[in-house]
Design a protein. Sequence first.
Lengths: 179, 522
Amino acid sequence: MSQDHQHDHDHDHNHPHAPALTRRSFLQRSSSVTLASAITVTSAGALLNSAEAWALDVKALKPQTMKTLILLARDIYPHDRIADRFYAIAVKGHDEKAGKDAALDKAAGGKGYLTLGWEEERVKLLRKIEGSPFFQTVRSGLVVSLYNQQEVWPILGYEGESYSKGGYIERGFNDIDWL
Amino acid sequence: MAAKYDLNDNRVVVIIGSGAGGGTLGNELAQKGVDVVILEAGARHEYTDFLNDEWASFSQLAWTDNRTTSGSWRVSKNFPNLPAWIVKAVGGSTTHWAGASLRFQPHEFKTLTTYGKVAGANLLDWPLTLAELEPWYARAEEKMGVTRTGGREALPGNNNFKILKAGADKLGYKECHTGNMAINVTERDGRNACKQTGFCFQGCKWGAKWSTLYTEIPRGEATGKLEVRPQSHVLKIEHDKSGKVTGVVYADKDGKIQRQKARIVAVAGNSIESPRILLNSASSKFPDGLANSSGQVGRNYMRHMTGSVYAVFEKPVHMYRGTTMAGIIRDESRFDPSRGFVGGYEMETLSLGVPFMAAFLDPGGWGRSFTSAMDDYPRMAGMWLVGEDMPQESNRITLSKAKDKYGMPVADVHFDDHPNDIAMRNHGYKQGKAIYEAVGAIRSFPTPPYPSTHNLGTNRMSAKPRDGVVNSYGQTHDVKNLFVSDGSVFTTGGAENPTLTIVTLAIRQAEHMAGLMKAGVI
């Protein structure tokens, strides 16, 4: 767990001042969602992002729930240059493992997580639950499911596999020119 | 044609593990006409099978069999079942290592004499001096093709090194170069030259980096006197009424329990499995574990004071291009207690790819302070601090309550930093930051130790049997025909990466062992 956040005590236990948080409490959606998100829900119940031209079939979770998970993933690891579709791919594994419990939405005061317009508000909420098993499961999964996507690597400036290209001996291994 | 020995052939030397110690010992003995069986827990992947992909490679090569951890170290909190990043495959950790091949310094064999008693530390002088080891070091450097030794040229510096050097020059450091690396600059010894590929940790697909997998092992096999049995997971070592070891019990690739008889057994399973095997070999004659009359088996576990410093610059660096670790500043490895600690540390270039940077830059971290660092990845440079950590009796490998699939207790790795380790690490963070800031770094990140890649000390050498487990030849004090051949024999850790010293000791041990065999002593 991170040592450098605002709380002054350890996080091996759930916070006494936040509700016990499990997957379902977080994912219970509110009925009115007015978030300016590019993701819409089709009549067939899939998630659609026309601007990015992708769609995601949602099997077990409700589409709004998956939409919330995508936003949660982005709030945990916010990269403004990484499009929603990569976060969607990163969390779609949770679709198979939909659980049955308690409320991030409850901590948000009965409104949906998606209705909190500012990242700052949402992150404040997340800090209250960051010790919870649910948060830790999502976060630790993202370390691999987000950052191990080969298409994310060039966005972050990493060139990936090198042997098939003959290594970097002729591709700039020592090309720094500003020292 | 490779050898194949019968399970009941009790003429053989059985070596447990095929890495820097076991692989080298096996070849050296085979070259002298000794019959050898190496039992390796892992599978055999040839170097063409290696993967330029951090997580895929980790799945292929890393030891991921369960271990437990305890103590106050952060690794236990963030990676409770992964105390070490080492290898389960033929070649051992020489497949994964970066190639850094440094000799110990003279005073590092005499830490108790040099540093004096340090409260809470179990310091002890080695029963060996640098002068005694020098001819063996030279043989190891020749065997491995270590750069900047034996007349061999240096590797060229990559972008990450150039930043390190620029900062070192600004701070007045005098000993900064591209390291003593067991990596071919030109074709040598039947192996390719380095192509600056940037995946050293994932196994060298060119074979340019030295590894027992494609040097010692095939050479030993070619004599007809070495058999390497992969997927042979040793469970315990057996002995007779007189206390002489007689054979090794292992699970084969089908999970069937087998027993290989042996004239001599050499344990080279790295510093977590080696003491675990000895402890799991307890019997009525050796109730505290085989060769453990001193109680030191498993104790004095050292992992080097480590930590990393990454820093972000305004312009591109692309630190991942090229060798992972060919760059070093040696000035801080000196003994100079005016800095507030005994022992010293090396500063070595290091790079991780995006997948591993996300996992290890700040384990558990999240939010914008973390992602803004990741966004700066192509403008990052990085270094790894490697320093002498204090041996403490309470840092130890013990048998956990958890059991493996064969019913054997797994290893628990207990570690707490010593105040000297903390003082040294903080000094290293400060100096690392200063180096990068001298070249214009806008942010720097002191990064905590990774799961340990250097694991040492748990069957340590000692002059007196009550202080350790083995003598200067790695022969156990208690059992004449039982040897230890890996980094667990290190009495203290020094500031240097351990592989060169492990190979050196194995070459010397082979000569000694063969001599004892010829004289009929064992």
